[in-house]
Design a protein around this ligand. Structure first.
Ligand code: HXC
Length: 258
């Protein structure tokens, strides 16, 4: 597939998608988001791929939705095309793990896209923000919701109301990112984490992802019940038998993704 706004490659079982509009700090226009959704479709359908890393450049993961593309749209334009939902949501429906490897700016839609991923690894130069208020609007791809769930009301409110950016240290303290790594080893580290995930039982990984996500979507009681049922279901897999047998026999498990 020929893409113009992203670079796509594989590193063994890991699919790597690199946002690539350097002239606009990876501003997320329609063409880019369409390509991103297509690349996810391709990796999702490919049995050889177990996890995806989504990254940008060292200067910007993405500086937001493309302001120049958005600026002249009317209410009817954005309403009729349900502006942004279709393509952008594709990240959240991917059943394989998606890791955001964020260096530089992750602003507005860029921060929202990072938060749609399963977790964020941050380079030490990463900066997160929801500056839409500067443009006379507000986050429109989940920023007010996912950021608030991730870091709590006080910090999310301050960021959305003032456009203040958070650096990597603060983002880690606040729980927005899982870890900080030096900028020059960000991709290697993200691929290493993704490879580790790929070495495990894929059905268990998918179920664990689904179950953690449930915590954001339902009550504690329902979430616990969901987790218990899905935990029970792993006892029907060959991988659970293999994983526990390997422990008892003091050897490495050989998962077959079944
Ligand atoms: C379109 C953008 C852009 C964006 C940067 N560029 N961000 N173009 N949309 N979001 C372009 C600039 O116009 C410029 O193009 C080039 O990228 C380099 O940017 P500079 O501003 O010259 O770089 P710098 O001085 O280093 O400043 C970096 C920056 C700044 C602080 C990140 O670019 C910035 O504030 N960008 C906008 C951030 C933002 O407001 N994001 C939220 C967007 S709204 P030229 O052609 O001049 O060289 C949003 C809503 C999401 O995301 C809701 C759901 C859709």
């Amino acid at each position: 597939m020929a893409y113009e706004n992203i670079l796509v490659s594989t590193k063994g079982p890991v699919g790597l998608i690199t946002l690539n509009r350097p002239e606009a700090l990876n501003a997320l226009n329609k063409a880019l988001m369409t390509e991103l959704a297509e690349a996810i479709d391709v990796f999702e359908a490919d049995d050889a791929i177990g996890a995806i890393v989504l990254t940008g450049s060292e200067k910007a993961f993405a500086a937001g939705a493309d302001i120049k593309e958005m600026q002249s749209k009317s209410y009817m334009d954005v309403y009729k095309e349900d502006f942004i939902t279709a393509n952008w949501e594709r990240i959240t429906t991917c059943r394989k793990p998606v890791i955001a490897a964020v260096a530089g700016y992750a602003l507005g839609g860029g921060c929202e896209v990072a938060m749609m991923c399963d977790f964020i690894l941050a380079a030490d130069n990463a900066r997160f923000g929801q500056p839409e208020i500067n443009l006379g609007t507000l986050p429109g791809a989940g920023g007010t919701q996912r950021l608030t769930r991730a870091i709590g009301k006080a910090k999310a409110m301050e960021m959305c109301l003032t456009a203040r950016m958070m650096d990597a240290e603060e983002a880690e303290r606040a729980g927005l990112v899982s870890r900080i790594v030096p900028a020059d080893s960000l991709i290697d580290e993200a691929i290493k984490v993704a490879e580790r995930i790929c070495s495990l039982s894929r059905p268990s990984v998918m179920m664990a992802k689904e179950s953690v996500n449930k915590a954001f979507e339902t009550t504690l009681r329902e979430g616990i019940l969901f987790e218990r049922r899905i935990f029970h279901s792993t006892f029907s897999t060959e991988d659970q038998k293999e994983g526990m047998a390997a422990f008892a026999e003091k050897r490495k498990p050989q998962f077959k993704n079944r």
